[in-house]
Design a binder for this molecule. Sequence first.
Ligand SMILES: N[C@@H](CCC(=O)N[C@@H](CS)C(=O)NCC(=O)O)C(=O)O
Length: 220
Amino acid sequence: MFTLYSYYRSTAAYRVRIALEYKGLHYSYKPVDLMRDGGEQHHDSYMKINPQQLVPSLVTAEGQVLTQSLAIIDYLEEVYPTPALLPYDPIAKANARAIAQAIACDTHPLNNSRVLKYLTHTLRIDDQAKQEWYAHWVNTTFTSLEQLLRADPSRGHYCVGDSVTVADLCLVAQVYNANRFKVDMTPYPNLMAINNHCITQEFFIAASPEQQPDYPATTN
Ligand SMILES: N[C@@H](CCC(=O)N[C@@H](CS)C(=O)NCC(=O)O)C(=O)O
């Protein structure tokens, strides 16, 4: 049994929740409120678990702490290889990882909560500039992914072929966040077709922010 330190609307934690649900792995959910009391990720109790002060963290039954969503997903894939989150074919595998990394490594780090907090609290940019910053980096990546998918003759219901891969986990979590920031998704029909297909699947639904115990009765 795993323990997942998570926040309902954390993009990175959302990816890991989908992987756990997809593989049918049981976990207990420990909420880390990134907003309350200056952010519980900075509290001593959590810093002992993850000195990076980020969610997610996944603790194994043996007490090993795993951090970084893509590293956690790699671990789950190695230890619980079926159902797989990476294609068998090396080229398809590289393509799935490339899409995942375009989102998780090139986009999300520019837009995560600590960066947005720094922009507003330290550099004093206003809400409109923050919104533009957020949308700019999402649009930069999504424009290129949309082109990539449009040109891919092998594309099925998912980013790579007809099976769920790590790319879809990253896509769905990033689209959720982009919708929260009201980024216009109409230029991305291929990405949205995949997203809309994914979010009807049982394991994506179970992992969604709305299904988490810390999802608030009213959101802002
Ligand atoms: N590269 C990390 C990113 C983790 C991350 O940025 N987590 C955000 C939530 S999505 C966080 O914990 N933010 C805390 C903060 O902003 O202080 C991963 O993939 O796990």
